[in-house]
Design a protein around this ligand. Structure first.
Ligand code: GUN
Ligand code: ZN
Length: 428
């Protein structure tokens, strides 16, 4: 069955090079996207579209754009959001690890997976990249729920064999065996993709990082994710555990974990060598602004990281992060840049949430744009969703200004509908 979505259609084609770079996107004021079999088969002016045989859904005057991509968050941390008064290592020990311990229970994991994908879709996010807990049950629940909803979802069980409660520890061998089992079951099944997920160097012994190296080497089509240089105490503790390495990234380098499919969360306090090595290996730095502010970790240097040639992605980092919304996330990203006298133009912010994040995952032919051949993973946004937004919109004259209203004031209320492979899926 064909569906034609009519509205103001916006899709990026390139990274904007300045605040009003209109060559970086396609925009139709009265446009339409034609969906057939879960795929986009046409994107054009409404008047130029052959809508015969299609059900027409009129979203005017709202914006039709690619669904958002959240490149780093923690599925077992939904009940950790808003935990008071701690910086990273205390926050992990006092709140996060106890919450993750519960995911040994499949029933708990399954209940949370339903809530997790509900929140993603409520906020217009159609592709998440998740850390599950150490328990393979949590990854099973995550991928099974994504499959049920036909969601392009990436994730993996975390590998951690020290410096955490007993209920959260695997061993190098069980980490290897269970990850292999999960890759065999879920990688490339439906729309699922597996991410090998050593939590961070503090919670992995050298033996476990060696096993991780083997997993990465043996599964080149899978992704790798970990945390890097988030907090000063974390860095000092890490270097005390791995004193033979000159810097934090050098540890992951030693174990062969860098590369174009490697996602490093945070990257706030990198030195020059680490930044150059990230760029050289095409590794991705994932900027998580609400988390970095909430846990008090520091200010990600977006300009410097980009100018040094490091690939950048953006993410919520739930539950260190405080919102499931990529709009709220980019609002905080803007403020992080402001505090360093840097700019984050709305066109660039919307590029990052869509095509930019898709490119970071190497998935831009399937997600992140509305180009023909992409999956019809779509968010419909209303910049007048609240009284204050409607009032502000009375004075808005350009598309970039409207996007900035969405970025600054928007949240799940601005998401009118979320389509997953062409099917309306925003929970009520
Ligand atoms: N570093 C290691 N684990 C975590 C986590 O769960 N959240 C954040 N923000 N940083 C981490
Ligand atoms: Zn994280």
């Amino acid at each position: 069955m064909k569906t034609l979505l009519r509205g103001r259609v916006l899709s990026f084609t390139a990274e904007p090079v300045n605040a009003d770079d209109s060559s970086a996107f396609t925009y139709f004021e009265d446009g339409a996207v034609l969906v057939d079999g879960g795929e986009i088969v046409a994107m054009a002016e409404f008047g130029d579209m052959d809508a015969s045989g299609a059900e027409i859904v009129d979203h005017r005057p709202n914006l039709i754009m690619p669904g958002f991509i959240d490149t780093h968050n923690h599925f077992p941390q939904m009940q950790v959001i808003g935990s008071y008064g701690a910086q990273l290592l205390d926050w992990l020990n006092n709140y996060t690890f106890p919450a993750e311990t519960k995911f040994v229970n499949s029933k708990h994991a399954e209940r949370m997976a339903v809530k997790y994908f509900d929140e993603m879709l409520r906020n217009g996010t159609t592709t998440p990249v998740a850390y599950c807990s150490v328990h393979k049950e949590s990854a099973e629940a995550y991928f099974a729920e994504a499959e049920r909803r036909n969601i392009r979802a990436l994730g993996g069980k975390v590998l951690m064999d020290r410096n955490a409660p007993d209920g959260l520890l695997d061993t190098p061998q069980t980490a290897y065996d269970e990850t292999n089992e999960l890759i065999g079951k879920w990688h490339g099944r439906g729309r699922g993709l597996y991410v090998i997920s050593p939590r961070f160097a503090i919670t992995s012994t050298p033996e476990q990082l060696e096993m991780t190296q083997a997993l990465v080497a043996e599964n080149r089509d899978c992704y790798m994710q970990t945390h890097l240089s988030e907090n000063h105490d974390e860095i000092a503790y890490t270097m005390s555990l791995y004193p033979q390495h000159s810097d934090y990234l050098g540890i992951y380098e030693h174990y062969g974990l860098l590369g174009p499919k490697s996602l490093f969360g945070h990257c706030i306090h990198l030195n020059d060598r680490e930044r150059a090595l990230m760029a050289e290996t095409q590794s991705v730095a994932v900027f998580c602004p609400t988390s970095n502010l909430f846990i008090g970790s520091g200010l990600f240097n977006e300009e410097r990281t980009r100018e040094d040639g490091v690939r950048i992605a953006v993410a919520t980092d739930i539950g260190g992060g405080t919102s499931y919304s990529m709009l709220r996330t980019m609002d905080e990203a803007y403020k992080v840049c402001q505090l360093q006298n840097q700019n984050l133009p709305p066109l660039y912010a919307f590029y990052l949430m869509t095509l930019g994040n898709a490119r970071a995952l190497g998935l831009e032919t399937d997600i992140g744009t509305l180009e023909v051949g992409s999956s019809a993973d779509i968010a419909v946004l209303d910049a007048r969703a609240t009284p204050s937004m409607a009032l502000r919109m009375e004075t808005v004259e350009t598309l970039a200004e409207e996007l900035f209203v969405l970025q600054t004031l928007g949240d799940d209320r601005s998401v009118v509908e979320t389509y997953v492979a062409g099917i309306a899926a925003k929970p009520v």
